[in-house]
Design a protein around this ligand. Structure first.
Ligand code: HH2
Length: 257
């Protein structure tokens, strides 16, 4: 899954693809690099990010979704939003699935996905982007996070959402120790039987583990985290640098097979 942030303030690619033209050029690069899903987002959810209005978010992403549809780009398109009205409009504009960092917390989001017949990514977040890194707390992070994801998945499927992917939400209301515990326990999340998505691309965890302060310089550490995920059975990784991951995953898969 290639990341396509149409925002001024995303922590790594903010401001780079803010015009529809620049976003579509980046989309073509991601697809050429091997992405099979494009995750289009119009609001940064990095720690401390200011929320944006639905109209602002839609103003950023709709021209890109429409451009992808009219260009016939041969990939699935997901919309990275926690707002049901944004998801609904994006699905009408050609998005195929919804990536909700709030884990389908809002029952209206469940209804939108069910009604459109759209699969959903259910990601775990403790709190909100504004507050989540102030004092994340768990008594047993993997047990609590995976149980919450399982409950959200069951609720969604019972309400008619056709299928879900689960995502532990690296960096969303988690300390480095919590993130590591979740990564070490990923096989238990995979064992629940749902496909798992992992998104650690260029995140602060790489800074904490490898000491790299510049987000754009964190691809090697990101690849390491995602290969670890692949080894535990994750089905998809959400990344900025698609060619680097495509190459690493090909080599890893050859070894596995
Ligand atoms: N991480 C981010 C955004 N959306 N969705 C899923 N499913 N999993 C993730 O780990 C995830 C996500 C944050 O990264 P990014 O989009 O690169 O930055 P920003 O939120 O600043 O736009």
């Amino acid at each position: 899954m290639g990341i396509l942030n149409v925002t001024p303030d995303s922590f790594s690619d903010g401001g780079r693809h803010l015009s529809a033209e620049a976003a579509l050029t980046q989309a073509a690069m991601l697809v050429k690099g091997g992405a099979t899903v494009l995750d289009v987002g119009g609001e940064s959810t990095r720690p401390g990010a200011e929320p944006v209005a639905a109209e602002t978010e839609l103003g950023r992403i709709l021209p890109v979704l429409e451009g992808l549809r009219s260009a016939g780009v041969p990939v699935l398109v997901s919309v990275d939003t926690y707002k049901p009205e944004v998801a609904a409009a994006a699905l009408r504009a050609g998005a195929h699935l919804v990536n909700d960092v709030s884990g389908l917390r809002d029952p209206e989001m469940v209804r939108v996905c069910a009604e459109a017949g759209a699969p959903a990514v259910v990601m775990h977040m403790q709190g909100t982007p504004q507050t989540m890194q102030r004092a994340p707390h768990y008594s047993d992070a993997p047990r609590e996070v995976f149980a919450e994801l399982q409950r959200a998945a069951e609720r969604a499927l019972a309400a008619g959402v056709p299928s879900v992917m689960l995502d532990p939400g690296i960096g969303f209301g988690k300390t480095a120790a919590h993130n590591l515990a979740l990564l070490r326990g990923l096989a238990d999340l995979v064992a629940l039987g749902y496909p798992v998505l992992l998104g650690a691309s260029r995140k602060g965890l790489v800074r904490e583990l490898a000491g790299e302060s510049v987000a754009d310089e964190r691809d090697p550490g990101s690849v390491a985290l995602h290969l670890w995920g692949a080894q535990q059975g994750v089905a998809m990784v959400r990344v900025h640098n698609v060619p680097a991951h495509a190459q690493a995953l090909k080599v890893w898969a050859a070894l596995r097979d």
